[in-house]
Design a protein around this ligand. Sequence first.
Ligand code: NAD
Length: 485
Amino acid sequence: MNMASVKKVQNHMDGQWVDSTGTEIEAVPNPATGEIIAVVPLSAKADVDRAVEVAQRAYHTWSEVPVPNRARYLYKYLQLLQEQKEKLAQIITMENGKTLKDARGEVQRGIEAVELATTTPNLMMGDALPSIAEGIDGTIWRYPLGVVAGITPFNFPMMIPLWMFPLAIACGNTFVLKASERTPILAGELVELFYEAGFPKGVLNLVHGGKEVVNSLLEHPEVQAISFVGSEPVARHVYQTGTAHGKRVQALAGAKNHALVMPDCHLEKTVQGVVGAAFGSSGQRCMACSVVAVVDEIADSFMDALVAETRKLQVGDGRLEQHFVGPVIREVHKDRVLRYIDSGVEEGATLLVDGRQVETDASGYFVGATIFDNVTPQMKIWQDEIFAPVLSVVRVKNLEEGIELTNQSRFANGAVIYTSSGKHVQHFREKIDAGLIGVNVNVPAPMAFFSFAGNKASFYGDLGTNGKDGVQFYTRKKVVTERWF
Ligand code: NAD
């Protein structure tokens, strides 16, 4: 492959674009066409050392900037992001493949995370209790940590970095971002606009690369905390290595999200919800619905409607409005997905809609919407995160069996119930093991003022991203007990 004519993305340190010192590079294709749109450097430990040094230096002055003034920089950033919404969505579609409609939704969710960060003067406030004993007051004060690093996945190139650095920086930290090497272009745009908003240099730094960059950050003595979002094995590694090096770590991991369909649901809206959640963004969402447990009584009519709706979905380049299912991220990922579909057939599930052969541009990495019926928890397609538009359906006798089955998953990110019964909802909420629960909503991703994290193998850490958890994660406390004579 001739990559000489393709733009090589750069790192950003101390307010400037700089070349990586790493010798390896990786091509970044548009997943819808296979065309190489950029080249990303796999940076070296020396690049990380420099970025952390710069961030550490900037921390001394940035942490002294009054909290409302820090928030004011973010108002300007927010305005620039709003102005560039369409451009940002177009970049997401080009490098990630998701449809423009999905990309626009992601841009909006990213902007909401920045909105949250602008409220830091409120969120960072401590607590006070006068007169905890005679003449003694107690107070809690919040302070930044120092240099924080963020490591992000390919599937939300805008929203997930924006879950991290605006809030961390508003809390007075400085930041080193290691964006996904599969979607590096949008990360560069976020940094460009950040400095256009007037932030002092060195507050946000960007180092492109893969595991060498990640491991250097995990081991660096000056990095105080790590925010990670990505697949389960890497999240576990990041949590174990980061904490072993004395860091605070939040590691949001993989998922296998379940929906439970009750006989008293609104059938049409339930089918629409499941189709959107399973096949939107080509199933490459950590909150994608990948298993449906449907109660026998409604199973046949639900399946007929689900299959009919799914067959209408068009697959292809996400820039064209008629396409609902875009490509998956890489050719190797597509091959992995096809092997999972083969395995479902071999293990005896009923393949109702087969996405292996799709009529679309052959140079892109397309897999069509796929539905298996009669899946069991023993099958790999039930157990593993496939991260693609592949939906497994399990038939269950009742609510109890549906919950019991869902709770067998090693993941526990999101779970949704479709029903018109408050009693069912109450029971589901109490018994289901999931960090993010939905009731008659397709993707139960909360707004940024709520915290976000799963349970079990979907999350390693204590404090999730966003909301009050996010502020707690990016700050340390001092508790003062004082008496004056
Ligand atoms: P990934 O784990 O492959 O990559 C995530 C980050 O880790 C990237 O920056 C990558 O460079 C780095 N990385 C990859 N392999 C590494 C290794 N061996 N050592 C050190 N670092 C490594 O994830 P992805 O494929 O980019 O993203 C999809 C995954 O992210 C899915 O599993 C999805 O469920 C998960 N995800 C979870 C959430 C959540 O909120 N729980 C949100 C979005 C995505």
